[in-house]
Design a protein around this ligand. Structure first.
Ligand code: ADP
Length: 215
């Protein structure tokens, strides 16, 4: 199963992707996490990406497309994957379609997590992140309940970057919804509620699309 999880920053893509990889035993391909690893390791790519990310902008398409091309060629993605954070622009989506065709793969479903903007701002500004597993917790949480690490604020979770991320999302990423709707791939999921409720909605949407596909 090749899944794409799509939605605005703070919509819970990462959290839901983690639940799906457990359910389906497929890798999570998250470009935000991949970029943060490059920044932490101070690689040449990380040195370019770090300031762009901290400001809430997008890393150039050519860089991202190259990164995904390498990632999809690794053997663990052969059995399927859940992609999160890519594509974010129409040129990225077009390049991904070409790459998938070249690899003889197709998306099974695009899961669109819908959350109103005021709720996104509330979730992102001040949320705390575990430096070990990248899981996020509400503002004010100090230590990670899983591994005890001291939580940190992501460089791009300060108010200016949050507003810019939402603005850039509307301008460059929202048009992908029409792009994938035209391909008949989108399941729209209400992204408000508990983690488990949203996971249940996703599971129901995947079952429904599998049922329709069999008919
Ligand atoms: P979120 O969806 O919560 O904003 P991510 O962890 O997916 O966070 O991404 C963090 C940042 O990494 C983005 O704001 C952007 O700067 C950069 N980034 C991640 N994926 C892409 C991409 N496909 N194209 C351009 N920039 C990207």
């Amino acid at each position: 199963m090749n899944l794409l999880i799509y939605g605005p920053p703070g919509s819970g893509k990462g959290t839901q992707a983690e639940l799906l990889i457990k359910a389906f035993a497929i890798p999570h391909i998250a470009t935000g996490d991949m970029l943060r690893a490059e920044v932490a390791a101070r690689t040449p790519l990380g040195v370019i990406a770090g300031p762009i990310m901290a400001d809430g902008g997008y890393v150039p398409d050519e860089v991202m497309i190259g990164m995904i091309r390498n990632r999809l060629q690794q053997p663990d993605s052969q059995k399927g994957f859940i992609m999160d954070g890519f594509p974010r622009t129409i040129p990225q989506a077009e390049a991904l379609d070409a790459l998938m065709a070249e690899l003889g793969r197709k998306f099974s479903r695009v899961l669109y997590l819908r959350v109103p903007t005021h709720e996104l701002v509330k979730r992102l500004a001040g949320r705390m992140t575990c430096p070990i597993d990248q899981k996020t917790y509400p503002p004010g949480t100090k230590t990670c309940p899983v591994d005890g690490a001291t939580l940190v604020q992501r460089d791009d979770d300060h108010p200016e970057a949050v507003h810019k991320r939402i603005e850039v999302y509307h301008e460059k990423t929202l048009p992908l919804l029409t792009y994938y709707k035209r391909q008949g791939l989108v399941s729209q999921i209400d992204g408000q509620g508990t983690m488990e409720e949203i996971h249940q909605r996703i599971s129901a949407a995947l079952e429904e699309s599998a049922r329709v596909a069999k008919q």
